[in-house]
Design a binder for this molecule. Structure first.
Ligand code: EPU
Length: 422
């Protein structure tokens, strides 16, 4: 087990380049199963979630070739849809996309039910509702989800709540269905547009992705033989924007799509820091302690839950009292207990947390309670006086490519060391 040792008190300065989006990549990889051919995906983030997903596809019979660290060719001509490695899929949340892809391709899927989650309950009732509306029979039994259909036939599906995963999964299942599927109250995140663009590049007919009504005209087959580049990771870009604010830094964040971060930019300006977007770069700088701000997480284009903990670090050291309301994940405030160990003054009240801004944080031993909490605690460690030791890095490695190297290049004093096993 590795740990990060961070010597704090640094003002981050310089340029950082953003990788491809994790949450797009983990949907595009299973989407290749719909192709029954060969395709190449570039700008893939080299993270453990991607590696696990590639292993699962290999177990299903795909031939995976890493052309370089960030480019993979997928040959999905020979797939056995019933060979899903259940133990691997049940450890991995985004494996739910295998249900939509395998149903679409083979009309049958068997996937290990993702277990309990450190963000709180993560039901998949809306995914199941969509598959059933398309004509599939879905059974959840003995830790597995088994779905099968004689035929998948397009229909109108109204989502009871905005769900990224269910929107993508229904898109995957309906691309090769007969007729037209309409998803209403669809999620609008950039990675939904990315999955639709990828499938359209391969011959699908999906319209309206990025709005709340998506129309999928079923096609007979997808053609492959194309190359697709993963959209830049808006959450990674937002993480570095907030790192600039928290450390009173000066960062140019390159290879990102500034429009995807409009909501965060507005908040950062409200907090008194400077933001300037130019082309595919965002420049964020400040010399002042941030102002307090009130924030409520929402589906895109609202404030993303996946940036809530990183923003929490800025609020912890802000001038005044801020209120953060979390509307998506029940257990997303676990990191606040870790920040309090570093001298923050945060009180949780159900869906809200109250941040009484303190002038300084102090280094302490802390634990990454989930992926975004881990990123937040790295930022907190860079801000804090003294030394922070961050453990449970497995969460961070799931979703951030070369994170400590990226932080080191902009001035952080951060080292990864192997943790001694007692
Ligand atoms: N929900 C249901 N039923 C469903 C599906 C969702 O009740 O069938 C609820 C959830 O419990 C939650 C809300 O709807 O309260 C939204 O969940 P959503 O389905 O949008 O989340 P997800 O698809 O499981 C993705 C990201 C998460 C990110 C959320 C919200 C992936 C692989 N994961 O999860 O990313 O927080 O959307 O934007 O795309 C992360 O990257 O750190 C992460 C957790």
């Amino acid at each position: 087990m590795d740990k990060l040792i961070i010597k704090g008190g640094t003002r981050l300065k310089g340029e950082v380049t953003i990788s491809g989006a994790k949450n797009a990549a983990v949907a595009l990889i299973p989407a290749t199963l719909l192709i029954n051919g060969i395709c190449t995906i570039t700008n893939i983030p080299n993270i453990s979630d991607v590696k696990i997903f590639c292993k699962i596809l290999e177990e299903l019979g795909a031939i995976i070739t890493w052309n370089n660290e960030n480019e993979i060719t997928f040959d999905t001509r020979n797939i056995s849809c019933t060979n899903t490695p259940l133990d691997m899929t049940s450890k991995f949340r985004a494996s739910y996309y295998l249900i939509g892809s395998l149903l679409g391709r083979c009309k049958e899927a068997m996937v290990g039910l993702p277990g309990g989650c450190n963000l709180g309950p993560r039901p998949i009732d809306q995914h199941i509702k969509g598959f059933e509306a398309l004509g599939a029979k879905v059974e959840v039994t003995q830790g597995k989800i088994i779905a099968s259909a004689k035929n998948l036939v397009g229909t109108s599906i109204y989502m009871d709540m905005v769900s990224v995963g269910a929107t993508i999964n229904i898109m995957l299942a309906s691309v090769l269905a007969k007729g037209t599927t309409i998803i209403e109250n669809a999620a609008k995140e950039p990675h939904i547009v990315d999955v639709a663009n990828f499938l359209n590049t391969m011959g699908a007919d999906i319209r309206g992705a990025g709005t709340d009504v998506i129309k999928i005209n079923g096609v007979k087959k997808l053609h492959g033989n194309a190359t697709y580049s993963v959209v830049p990771d808006q959450i990674e870009a937002g993480t570095f924007m907030l790192a600039a604010v928290a450390t009173k830094g000066d960062l140019v964040i390159k290879s990102c799509i500034p429009e995807h971060l409009d909501c965060l930019t507005a908040k950062i300006l409200e907090m008194g820091a400077n933001v300037e977007a130019e082309g595919d770069s965002i420049h964020v700088w400040t010399t002042k302690r941030p102002n307090k701000a009130n924030i409520k997480t929402q589906p895109y284009p609202g404030f993303p839950t996946d940036l809530q903990p990183q923003m929490g670090v800025c609020l912890a050291i802000a001038n005044g009292t801020s209120i953060m309301k979390e509307e998506i994940w029940e257990s997303r405030f676990q990191y606040t207990a870790e920040l309090n160990k570093m001298g923050a003054n945060i009180t949780n009240q159900g869906k809200s947390a109250i941040f009484e801004g303190v002038k300084e944080l102090y280094g302490a031993p802390v634990e990454a309670t989930d992926l975004r909490a881990g990123a937040a605690l790295i930022i907190a460690g860079i801000v804090a006086k003294g030394e922070t030791t961050l453990t449970n890095l497995v969460h961070i490695d799931r979703g951030y490519e070369n994170i400590e190297e990226k932080f080191r290049k902009i001035g952080a004093n951060i080292q990864r060391v192997a943790e001694e096993i007692e």
